[in-house]
Design a binder for this molecule. Structure first.
Ligand code: GRF
Length: 199
């Protein structure tokens, strides 16, 4: 069984897609144990409460130094028995000691076809602006493992969408988001099944 902590900073539409898939029984072998946000006002925390999932606000700013912050983060994860982390619109760097403890057990979703259009500065609408500026005819979304380098971990699942000639970054973002909501629950389903093939 994978026990997931979802980290997010914003509205939480990917979390919503995942929790819906779990509640509908589409993902067996996975439970969402908590949602964590660096932003106390994030919609994702309200959404978690709506679904009866513990919602935790935890930010580096609450702590005197990085070490205390890392310890608090690991304590929260342990207290909720999370053995897996899914980043869903999380705008902060995951501290390296947390990546080390959860090695190969942290995934992220990125709104482009990695390894293209990834790395520092490639987030949100900037990704879609860059895809259109580069004249790409195809974009998409990628679920990947998280390691110490931004957007560079092993790819778990990818799906493409066409880029239309008249796309704006916003219309492309909406088309990509729709497939994010397909592939993120599907990636979690596959990873949970790989962990326990008989469930
Ligand atoms: C998504 O586009 C995701 O690819 C990116 O951040 C956005 C989060 O959206 N990493 P939401 O909070 O899941 O709605």
């Amino acid at each position: 069984m994978i026990h997931i902590a979802i980290f997010g900073s914003g509205r939480g539409s990917n979390f919503k897609a995942i929790v819906d898939a779990v509640e509908r029984g589409r993902i067996t072998g996975a439970r969402i144990r908590l949602v964590l946000s660096n932003n106390s006002q994030a919609g994702i925390l309200d959404l978690a409460r709506t679904h009866g999932i513990p919602a935790v606000h935890l930010s580096r700013k609450q702590f005197a130094d990085e070490g205390e912050y890392v310890n608090a983060l690991l304590d929260v994860l342990r207290a909720h028995e999370a053995n897996f982390i899914a980043l869903a619109g999380y705008m902060k760097r995951v501290p390296p000691p947390v990546i080390a403890v959860y090695r190969n057990r942290i995934i992220n979703i990125h709104p482009a076809l990695l390894p293209k259009f990834g790395g520092q500065g490639m987030y949100g609408i900037h990704v879609h602006e860059a895809v259109i500026a580069a004249g790409e005819s195809v974009s998409g979304a990628t679920v990947h493992m998280v390691d110490e380098e931004y957007d560079r971990g092993a790819i778990v699942l990818q799906k493409s969408v066409p880029v239309a000639d008249n796309d704006t970054p916003e219309t492309l973002a909406a088309r990509v988001l729709a497939i994010e909501h397909e592939i993120y629950p599907e990636a979690i389903r596959l990873l949970a099944q790989a962990e326990n093939p008989l469930s």
